[in-house]
Write a protein that binds this ligand. Structure first.
Ligand code: BG6
Length: 487
């Protein structure tokens, strides 16, 4: 797709494809990718002709039959629709498996050749690398050496590197095989309908954009508490931690959408130029403004170091030093085993003088009623929180809100999860919602003070909102969640 075009049409169908799923027996493929591909197939959004080849190292090799059974179980357990009927049979028939080790990719090459022969012609290839970060480079090199990279686009999972040096090395390794126009660094938060809707909300409505700046907004919160723990992912989590797993990836990418200047169009280049400028303006992380937490019991999880300093929680203040946002703190928070699962952006507006309303809510309460809340957990909603006059002869102010809910609107057209949407975009060659090498490198660059000098982790009870220290860290503001929790 050329950058002159904006987004593909709603009914755009990708060219014929062979999709190669590296890590096909892993957790991500089971929870998201296989169910997501089946949902796309059922919705008629996969190419007219496609094959899906699962791959994994030889020690995890499956037969085609075993892979189909694996996919059926995955769809049964995690899919939006059950694996049955003609749609399932057609999908299942398109699945095959080919093991690959860097030194011996032959079974995979054979499986891809068969799949391509079945389709005829020269279908495109989409290689999805759902593999641990330390395997990215060897798989990329194997794609180059074996010729699989020809006609291929590549989807690379997060986290992309672990610091600036490793991200640069990974970008170099990727670019040795693929031009940037064929690289799709995936961040599934950007595929969420409500996140994309931030662009519509801001740039399609004269109501919001004029107040979207430091003159009207006092602070912004991007809050992603999770109730789940590490779900048996000790090995991954011990190496990664919440900063690398959630903040430098999902939350900063969201910040890019919330803070960007209006792009000239929604095509990939102008859109990603604008997020890159936001990241350029981000100040290096000030470690005095970071709280790292660890839930009690984490060190007893199987596979976790009993003296682990890995954080399962981060709260921090980020500053965007540009004309729109100078002086407006962005408070970011995410953690495991917390009190609630939420995915919320809140823009708090400056408080007007309230002298003429002596009976108004005062102090922070008034400010909390003066906010725009965007809940981007699927299906998502947006709410304006404001003060209104209570009925009666006196001029008393009460809390009021206006809420738009995706679940009650546009029902038939809202149906793709983040991963599904992004897999489809990658097949269509649309890079708008994928991250770019310069943006990623800049985020690692501003992270260096924290990565080099992480403050010690502070314990927090499971089911809580994080360590006590987060209250001081956010003062004079407060942690806010839309349904009443205040911290
Ligand atoms: C993933 C992280 O990228 O995102 C997980 O690795 C996290 O740790 C998950 O739980 C949250 O995403 P979702 O799909 O629940 O919005």
């Amino acid at each position: 797709m050329s950058d002159d075009n904006a987004r593909p049409a709603a009914d755009a169908r990708p060219d014929d494809h062979v999709i190669v799923l590296f890590g096909a027996t892993g957790d991500l493929a089971r929870r998201k990718l296989l169910p997501g591909l089946f949902h796309l197939a059922r919705a008629g959004l996969l190419p007219a002709r496609y094959r899906i080849v699962g791959s994994a190292p030889a020690q995890f090799a499956l037969t085609d039959e075993e892979f189909r059974r694996h996919a059926r179980q995955a769809v049964q357990e995690f899919g939006l629709s059950a694996p049955d009927g003609t749609a399932w049979h057609a999908f299942e028939a398109a699945l095959s498996f080919g093991a690959a080790d860097p030194e011996d990719p032959r079974p995979l090459l054979d499986a891809v050749r068969h799949a391509e022969q079945a389709l005829g012609g020269e279908p495109r290839r989409l290689c999805h690398l759902a593999v641990p970060p330390d395997a990215f480079r060897s798989v990329i090199a194997m794609l180059g050496d074996s010729g699989l990279a020809e006609r291929a686009r590549v989807i690379v999972e997060k986290p992309f590197g672990t610091d600036l040096a490793s991200a640069r090395a990974l970008n170099n390794a990727v670019h040795a095989v693929f031009g940037e126009d064929r690289v799709f660094r995936i961040d599934h938060f950007l595929g969420k309908e409500s996140v994309d809707n931030i662009l519509a909300l801001r740039f399609a409505n004269g109501l919001f954009e004029p107040v979207w700046n430091r003159y009207h907004i006092s602070h912004v919160q991007i809050d992603v508490p999770e109730t789940i723990g590490i779900e048996g992912r000790a090995q991954f989590f011990e190496q990664t931690g919440t900063y690398r797993d959630m903040i430098v990836t999902h939350l900063f990418q969201l910040l890019g959408f919330v803070a960007m200047e209006p792009p000239t169009s929604l095509a990939a280049k102008p859109l990603r130029d604008e997020t890159a400028k936001v990241f350029e303006a981000l100040e290096p992380i000030d470690i005095a403004q970071v709280v790292r937490g660890q839930y009690t019991g984490y060190r007893q999880e199987p596979g976790v170091d009993p003296a682990s300093q890995t954080e399962t929680f981060v709260a921090l203040r980020a500053m965007v030093d540009n004309w729109r946002w100078a002086g407006v703190p962005f408070h970011l928070r995410s953690g495991k085993s917390m009190g609630q699962r939420r995915q919320v952006v809140t823009l708090h507006f400056r408080k007007p003088p309230l002298r003429m309303f002596p009976n108004s809510l005062v102090g922070p309460h008034a400010q909390r009623r003066n906010a725009l809340v965007i809940d981007f957990d699927d299906p998502g909603w947006i709410s304006v929180r404001f003060l209104a006059k209570e009925p009666g002869p006196a001029m008393d102010l009460g809390a009021a809100e206006m809420t738009f809910r995706y679940a009650d609107s546009f029902r038939s057209r809202h149906g793709l999860e983040g991963y599904e949407r992004l897999l489809l975009d990658a097949m269509l060659g649309n890079q708008s919602l994928f991250t770019r090498s310069d943006g990623i490198e800049r985020l690692w660059e501003i992270s260096a003070p924290l990565l080099d000098n992480p403050p010690p982790v502070q314990p927090y009870p499971q089911g809580s909102w994080g360590p006590e220290a987060i209250r001081d860290q956010i003062a004079p503001h407060h942690w806010y969640l839309p349904d009443g929790h205040q911290g």
